[in-house]
Design a protein. Structure first.
Length: 292
């Protein structure tokens, strides 16, 4: 009740007043009926008075039920609004915290002279940014409790990664073919991390220095809850015998582990030159598992 606005309370106060008036009218009607009998006006006046009394009481009960329902709906609506505001605040705080972590990692990478360690820290920063973008998109949207539009997220993430690794002046062509799909946050976060690892590896090791190259990300729906993502680059590629079990690279392991987390698998396309992966996955709803 404390959370209801004055605008919601005013019509309820009026309805309660009419309810009381109906009960008073019912008492008046029965009083007039009794008076008609005692004064000898006949049974007809008493029956009319009794009918009016029942009518006024029924109307009062209806108003009382309507008031109770209105108050209950008002309380539920108020609680829902509070919950949505809190959820929006959570996304805002998570986004800010992740951006703080990203800034700290960026400062740390600049302070380290060892290029290999600096590159590792930079990669961690990009992973944090890919997660922060999800919460930022949810925070900026009016319908922030719904699923996330995948197309703008993939575009923003890939453009950020290209700028982060190659700078503003580059020869990279982004070929993004992502439909207007909306997926849950538990699906988009690991999916974003897979894209982050694949695109980062392509920019660092596949497309060398300032050479021209293409980054491809194509996503299509295959079933009711099943999707396929084909992504990679047309760079120099790497030997076929290198796989997650024979390489120490965290990026390649993450691609395969995150695919399993999405109840899918990642397979390398050996027929195409460069490095391409075909990843099948399912949308995850309220079932976010840690990466093994």
């Amino acid at each position: 009740m404390k959370n209801l606005t004055k605008e919601n309370q005013r019509p309820r106060q009026k309805a309660r007043m009419f309810e009381i008036l109906n009960y008073m009218a019912a008492l008046t009607a029965i009083g007039l009926g009794v008076l008609s009998l005692t004064e000898g006006y006949g049974i007809g006046y008493f029956v009319i008075s009794l009918f009016l009394m029942v009518l006024f009481i029924a109307n009062g009960i209806f108003l009382k039920s309507t008031i109770a329902k209105g108050i209950s709906n008002g309380i539920l609506e108020s609680k829902l609004q509070e919950k949505e505001i809190l959820l929006k605040e959570v996304h805002h705080r998570v986004k800010n915290n992740l951006q703080t972590v990203s800034s700290l990692l960026s400062l740390q990478s600049r302070a380290i002279e060892d290029k290999k360690i600096s590159s590792i820290i930079k990669s961690s920063q990009n992973r944090v940014v890919s997660m922060a973008m999800v919460h930022e998109m949810l925070y900026k949207r009016d319908d922030y409790t719904s699923k996330i539009a995948l197309k703008p997220y993939v575009e923003e993430l890939c453009e950020y990664l290209v700028r982060s690794v190659k700078g503003n002046d580059h020869n990279i062509d982004l070929n993004l073919d992502v439909g207007d799909f909306k997926l849950s946050i538990d699906t988009v976060i690991p999916l974003g991390l897979i894209i982050n690892e694949t695109v980062t590896n392509a920019l660092k090791y596949g497309i060398l220095e300032n050479t021209e190259g293409e980054i491809l990300v194509r996503l299509s729906k295959k079933g009711v809850n099943t999707y396929e993502m084909y992504l990679g680059d047309n760079g120099i590629g790497f030997p076929e015998d290198i796989n997650p079990t024979t390489i120490k690279s965290l990026g390649l392991k993450l691609i395969h582990n995150l695919s399993r987390q999405l109840r899918g698998e990642a397979q390398r396309d050996m027929k195409s030159s460069g490095t391409y992966y075909q990843i099948t996955f399912e949308e995850v709803i309220d079932d976010f598992n840690s990466v093994d």
